[in-house]
Design a protein around this ligand. Structure first.
Ligand SMILES: *Cc1c(COP(=O)(O)O)cnc(C)c1O
Length: 372
């Protein structure tokens, strides 16, 4: 049996809406873009949504919009997908890493304040694997020090902490729509913010720095082509209309894994804080106890048709980052030990019961073989 790690969930609705785009003759800068942005803004409960061609583009535009540049520092987490650090590097600013909580795997909020100094311009926390951050606390710290917060919610559309939705209270936040995310646009992302000025700036910069004058070849600032086209936006419209259904399906899959795995010795199933009032599952990542050789177990599962991956490799130990900043093993011990023990299991909306059972059985067999 082959079980992929991830698989998008597209229905007739998605096919039909894409046909409509093709027949409309408007393939970019059209009605679906605005429609998608309206739906996102309404769902999150923010004033503005600005759709872009990737989550990374969205993070980059926010870094620029807040004027973060060379000499500035941004506090972030080393346990993430590299995009959350790369966006800081694009502008020549310096990422300042803070280690994570071993349970939520999100940045340890208790350790943020000690890293703030006169160069700190922003905090860029990440809702890792969909587990929402305690954003109210992060916003309090940022306000006290008069710095900005950019929330990387790329993995957490729909999650809530103490009834606060991810992306809803930071100065600017980003969701992403690569095919393995909760909903997909193929490639794509969206910036959400309540600041009018930040919204205007991001809209201008995604469109080659054009102003709001509608003069096509009038450019007011350095911009990019980070536009989301109508196919991507239309796909997003069809997907977000199904968001409740999709998140529910994912929850059922996660629950099934949790049930089947909670009694298995040697593994830790994902932790969900009691403050989480809604969990939007991005991936299903287990942690293995140190006596189990993760890499051998992973190879065994892959050989048996089960796609699985270590999530994540610490950002501070990526070769180009160590070259830039000289980090070494041991600098962020919790991130490092978690990284060595994680295993993302096949996880997608329409995974079949027998596929889940096969993954669980194979995992149990593999653990027996590879326990030291
Ligand atoms: C997916 C993701 C992004 C954005 O990725 P893109 O491929 O550029 O859309 C950013 N940060 C995190 C943590 C992500 O998981």
């Amino acid at each position: 049996m082959i079980v992929p790690l991830s698989q998008p969930d597209v229905t007739k609705k998605e096919f039909n809406i894409l046909k409509k785009v093709m027949k409309s003759n408007v393939l970019s800068i059209g009605p679906y873009l605005e429609n998608f942005e309206d739906k996102i803004a309404k769902y999150i409960g923010v004033k503005h949504a600005i759709a872009v061609n990737s989550g990374t583009s969205g993070l980059h535009l926010l870094i620029r919009a807040f004027g973060i540049s060379q000499g500035d520092q941004v506090i972030t987490t080393p346990f993430s997908f590299v995009a959350s650090t790369n966006c800081i590097l694009y502008e020549g600013a310096t990422p300042v890493f803070v280690d994570i909580c071993p349970d939520t795997l999100n940045i340890d909020i208790d350790k943020i304040e000690e890293k703030i100094n006169e160069k700190t311009k922003a905090i860029l926390p990440v809702d890792v694997f969909g587990h929402p951050l305690d954003m109210a606390r992060i916003m309090d710290i940022a306000k006290k020090h008069n710095i900005k917060v950019i929330e990387d919610s790329c993995e957490a559309l729909g999650s809530e902490y103490d009834r606060i939705k991810t992306g809803s209270i930071a100065d600017g936040s980003v969701f992403a729509f690569y095919p393995n995310k909760q909903i997909t646009t193929g490639e794509g992302g969206v910036i959400v913010t309540n600041h009018d000025y930040i919204s205007e700036l991001c809209k201008s910069m995604r469109n080659q720095g054009r102003g709001t004058s509608n003069l096509w070849l009038h450019h007011e600032r350095l911009g990019y082509n980070y536009r989301m086209n109508e196919f991507n936006a239309a796909l997003g419209c069809a997907q977000i209309d199904r968001l409740d259904e999709i998140l529910n399906k994912r929850m059922l899959v996660a629950n099934k894994y949790c049930e089947n795995l909670k009694a298995v010795k040697g593994i830790k199933t994902p932790f969900i804080s009691p403050n989480v009032t809604n969990m939007s599952w991005f991936v299903y990542v287990i942690q293995l106890e140190p006596h189990i050789n993760r890499d051998n177990l992973m190879k065994y599962l892959i050989d048996n048709g089960i796609q699985c991956k270590p999530y994540f490799t610490p950002i501070h130990l990526q070769p180009y980052i160590t070259k830039l900043f000289g980090f070494k093993e041991g600098d962020f011990p919790i991130t490092e030990s978690v990284s060595q023990s994680t295993l993302a299991l096949p996880f997608f909306n329409n995974i079949k019961k027998k596929q889940i059972n096969y993954v669980v059985e194979s995992l149990i067999k593999g653990i027996e073989v590879f326990s030291g």
